[in-house]
Design a protein around this ligand. Structure first.
Ligand SMILES: [Mn+2]
Length: 389
């Protein structure tokens, strides 16, 4: 009989976490962006930092890019630079929220000229995917309204649908569109893609290459994200996650830091429903901003948090759980989850890393590597990369 620990380790070996280029650059709140020594100044330097995270975690071979923050002259060269460091370029994230033209929206804007410009940017992102070999186009729209009566809610949905259809048509055979939703902010009255249902409805109409992406910070407090995850997996419409955690709204803190139990519950639905299998093609991405904490260790910590939640989820005795559920034994069913959640999986993860030729403690290994000191010394002058706000 296969040892449970071996089964968990085998499953964990198939999981990868995609890290975001912007997580290595400066970001902040609307009040202040705090600079840190050694922050990358270019997309190339962001990839160097991402390679360090991969070196010490062994599970982060892909890096998401954000256009225009990661604009370069030669995307093929950028992909080659990534490949030389054992990385691949992941999701291309579009940006239709940082231009004066988009004051009243982008693809939902009442003016056709502005919509054309926004769609042009999305199509450019697909061109970039062709050059980088990226398969995922991640769309998040800041579109919405601030005041009752400001615009026609239904007309905005029609404009959104038309824009999405045009981009969908442009996708290559191996490419897909991931539509993200967010409850509010920057719009405060209506948001054009506020929830998973709206995203799902558009994706369903578009076709099989359109899927929903769940950003864990984009729900009302108290929302059962694990239910959404289970539902979307059942429908084959869960494209991936933007992991982060929150205490209030879209806080973009390190995943698993505010509510590791919620992350476990999400990963339980993922593992139980086949979402970890490579064939499910669920992208486990981070979407975080590290404002006061050191950026590379914060990304490493986040990856470890995802692994710990996943390991605990994999430890759930699904046979015992199913039996308890069949018998209506509420307490036993709940205990099956809690026993797994309360297991200390850190020794197992240390073991896994050693089996993979990695240092058992990624954060300590990174600290001892001298990379932090090296980039602080070498990356002097120029302008540190940021989110352009
Ligand atoms: Mn996101």
């Amino acid at each position: 009989m296969l040892d449970v620990r071996d089964a968990v380790k085998a499953a964990l070996k198939t999981q990868t976490v995609e890290t975001p280029s912007w997580g290595y650059g400066n970001s902040g709140t609307r009040f202040k962006v705090f600079a840190q020594p050694g922050v990358p100044r270019t997309p190339w330097e962001k990839l160097e930092d991402a390679a360090k995270v991969h070196e010490f975690t062994g599970v982060t071979p892909k890096v998401s890019l954000h256009i225009p923050w990661d604009r370069v002259d030669d995307y093929t060269a950028l992909a080659a630079y990534a490949a030389e460091r054992g990385l691949r370029l992941g999701a291309i994230n579009s940006n239709t929220f940082q231009d004066d033209d988009y004051r009243l929206g982008s693809v939902c804007h009442p003016d056709a000229k502005v919509r054309r410009r926004a769609v042009g940017h999305l199509l450019e992102c697909v061109d970039i995917m062709d050059a980088t070999g990226s398969t995922d186009l991640k769309l998040w729209f800041a579109d919405g309204t601030n005041y009752p009566g400001q615009d026609d809610v239904v007309a905005r949905q029609d404009r959104l649908a038309a824009a999405l259809a045009e981009v969908y048509e442009r996708l290559g055979e191996e490419q897909r569109l991931l539509l993200e939703y967010k409850l509010f902010e920057p719009a405060f009255y209506t948001t054009d893609v506020p929830d998973w249902g709206t995203s799902y409805a558009h994706c369903l109409k578009l076709g099989p290459k359109a899927q929903v992406v769940v950003d864990t910070g984009h729900h009302a407090p108290g929302t059962s994200i694990e239910f959404i995850v289970a539902f979307l997996l059942r429908e084959g419409k869960l494209g991936g996650f933007d992991f982060n955690s929150r205490f209030y709204a879209d806080d973009d803190l390190m995943v698993g830091s505010s509510d590791p139990f919620q992350l476990f519950r999400i990963m339980h639905e993922v593992t139980k429903n086949g979402g970890l299998a490579p064939a499910a093609n669920v992208a486990f991405m981070l979407d975080q901003c590290h404002n006061i904490e050191a950026k590379i260790p914060a990304v490493i910590r986040s990856v470890m948090n995802v692994q710990e939640a996943t390991a605990k989820a994999l430890l759930v005795d699904l046979d015992a759980l199913a039996a308890a559920q069949r018998e209506g034994d509420v307490l036993a069913a709940n205990a099956a989850l809690m026993d797994a959640y309360n297991t200390d999986v850190r020794p197992l993860l240390r073991e896994l890393r050693e089996e993979q030729g990695l240092a058992p403690e990624p954060l300590a290994a990174y600290a001892a590597s001298g990379w932090r000191e090296r980039i602080a010394t070498e990356r002097v002058g120029g302008e540190q990369a940021g989110w352009g706000a």
